[in-house]
Design a protein around this ligand. Sequence first.
Ligand SMILES: NC(=O)c1ccc[n+]([C@@H]2O[C@H](COP(=O)([O-])OP(=O)(O)OC[C@H]3O[C@@H](n4cnc5c(N)ncnc54)[C@H](OP(=O)(O)O)[C@@H]3O)[C@@H](O)[C@H]2O)c1
Length: 302
Amino acid sequence: MKKNVLITGGTGFVGSNLTEMLVANGFSVSILSRSKRANKKDVSYYIWDVEKQTIDEAAVNNADYIIHLAGENIAGARWTKKRKEAIVDSRENSIKVIHKVLIKQNHKLHAFISASATGIYGAINGEAICKETTPPAADFLGRTCQIWEAAVDTIGKLGIRTVKVRTGLVLGKGEGLIKKLKPIFKYRLGAPLGSGKQYMPWIYIDDLCAIYLKAIVDDSLHGPYNAAVEDETNNIAFSKTFAAVYGYKMWLPHVPAAIIKLGMGQMSKIVLTGRRVSSEKIRKTGFKFKITDIEEALRKVI
Ligand SMILES: NC(=O)c1ccc[n+]([C@@H]2O[C@H](COP(=O)([O-])OP(=O)(O)OC[C@H]3O[C@@H](n4cnc5c(N)ncnc54)[C@H](OP(=O)(O)O)[C@@H]3O)[C@@H](O)[C@H]2O)c1
């Protein structure tokens, strides 16, 4: 019988790509979503309501593995107090509802693998390379990831192997930041943001999905792993390369940070700050990134 992987938030950008990869690798996939969809071959949908803490318990009971991707989109809207609470609560309370079912049914999963983000190291700039041992930051992104990862630890306390995938900017076709940037660069309006010196740890979607797959099949993985290519891509390099793959030389001046802050408020930290991260820990497990060149990645997404 096929092993079953339950993906929370599996309807999103990462989840839909991961579903395809898992099915192609012989798994059946269940998806927890806030809205019902028609089941397909090897893919079943289940409903939950994180706010009301309700869930179709069969989703958890049938699962051999859970991959937790659900959460309000961090770049979805301005970071008002309410929005910030929704970003944190959707990640933490979704784990709480699963935790309750695992205890109630005494269900032993093989592993609980959760998204996290390189934002755990904070909205900083600078040359330091953050490793998994680097302390989390005390700012909003840092605290959000800490709360998210602490919720994952409650699952670990049930004796279940847990893995936290600290993800950089995911490059791929479909949804995500790239969808917003594509028309800007396509129509020759791309420009560096602020100083442009902020690093942009990135990962190609297929490599990210391959990390999740490895976290399923390789029992030796546990704890946090940075999931980003370790390179020198800062916002200037990213913007120049994006323009080049559309066949032109970037010509516009930097967009001043003050204008970006005016437009995006506190959320501007997502684009105006960045950090370098080490990928040594995941590479030491034997994982090999297939796409390590930013130009190759951007050529694939346009
Ligand atoms: N994409 C990136 O560049 C990136 C970078 C770092 C970390 N990550 C993390 O990786 C995970 C997956 O990213 P993604 O790009 O696939 O995100 P996404 O496209 O926004 O998908 C997330 C899914 O979560 C569900 N969701 C949203 N709000 C929810 C809520 N209030 N309660 C319960 N479920 C909710 C939605 O599914 P339904 O509408 O079907 O319920 C949605 O499809 C996220 O946690 C994200 O923070 C992503």
